[in-house]
Design a protein around this ligand. Sequence first.
Ligand code: UD1
Length: 376
Amino acid sequence: MVHTVLCVVGARPNFMKVAPIIKAIKATDTLQAKLIHTGQHYDQKMKHTFFDQLGIVEPDIDLEVGSGSHAQQTAEIMKRFEPVLDEENPDVILVVGDVNSTIACALVAAKKGVPVIHVEAGLRSYDREMPEEINRVLTDQISDLLFTTESHAQNNLAREGIDTGRVYFVGNVMIDTLLGQLEKAVSPRQTLKGHMDDKQIEEGNYALLTLHRPSNVDDEKILKKLLQALTDISRTIPIVFPVHPRTASFIERYDLDALFSANENFIRLEPQGYLEMLGLMSKARIVFTDSGGIQEETTALGVPCITIRENTERPITLTEGTNTLVGTDTEKLRAVFDETIATGGKAGKVPEKWDGAAAERIVSIISDWLAARARA
Ligand code: UD1
């Protein structure tokens, strides 16, 4: 008997998590995958390049919800997802990560008695001001099967009363994608054509910056302070900055554009595709970020990462990887940057089970679990 797994994606970081899972499902004769995109991210740059580059088919269904307040976006996804769930009648739904699409679809399914699988469960920043933290806690509470990426996650879930019999430590699907795509990464020389001379790129003599967390970009004072500190740093090493649309709109609103236009060492780019980002990351001397995924990807690549956040839900990148937290303290940012340039940064090692086979482990467990349910 073939069981149907309805996989949900919504925002950019979801795409690279779902891609290896769909591939692994296709390789079985017990499961089939359907892919639904909520449309939380809808820009071409935020969406299509990912489907093309990651070799996953276009979604079977697109809910086209677009942007809105958290309540509006979450509610809209729920309203549009419910009839699709009725129509598709899958054996199980699979959600990844911590975005609004994750909790919205999980909640609809759980209330209809459709089992929910959460990939990347149990991560906690213990910061309830992060919208993603609320999404994580709630999704885990209503999931039937929980797959974790690192050892800390199991303890977090146990502390919240989640039956550890439903929790499996399988490793990191995003690293499956990274390892699978690394050879195809677009050379930074191509991405930075016309912005930087080839020699600088070859020597990995640039820093890569991403910034999009509401806590860093929505507030004028904080965004200005961070961009000013980074402008100073760009005098030591050129900074390449692919700008997320959320950040772009605040830069414009607060009139901070002059920081870039006046400074040829601060290179502003449009949001990049996955393979371009992978190329930029792998050759960077240092990465500044507030993204969750990039903390993990730099750890897997062995590239030093300075995270502009007070906390992280991915502590293994600190204890074993190349990551250092600096918060929004710009003096600390500068000090850790100087030290990293002087010493080469934390050596780090690749965490357990970040080996490219997480999706296979996940799919094998799902297949057995659904077969056991069917027999019961
Ligand atoms: C979302 C996720 C965040 C993830 C990030 C990665 C939630 C709560 N947040 O944040 O965890 O790290 O995606 O990118 O789900 N916009 C566009 N085009 C798009 C999408 C968004 O222009 O395709 C603009 C809109 O102005 C929108 C804003 O970006 O209002 C924010 O988008 P939204 O999806 O609400 O949250 P992100 O900040 O992208």
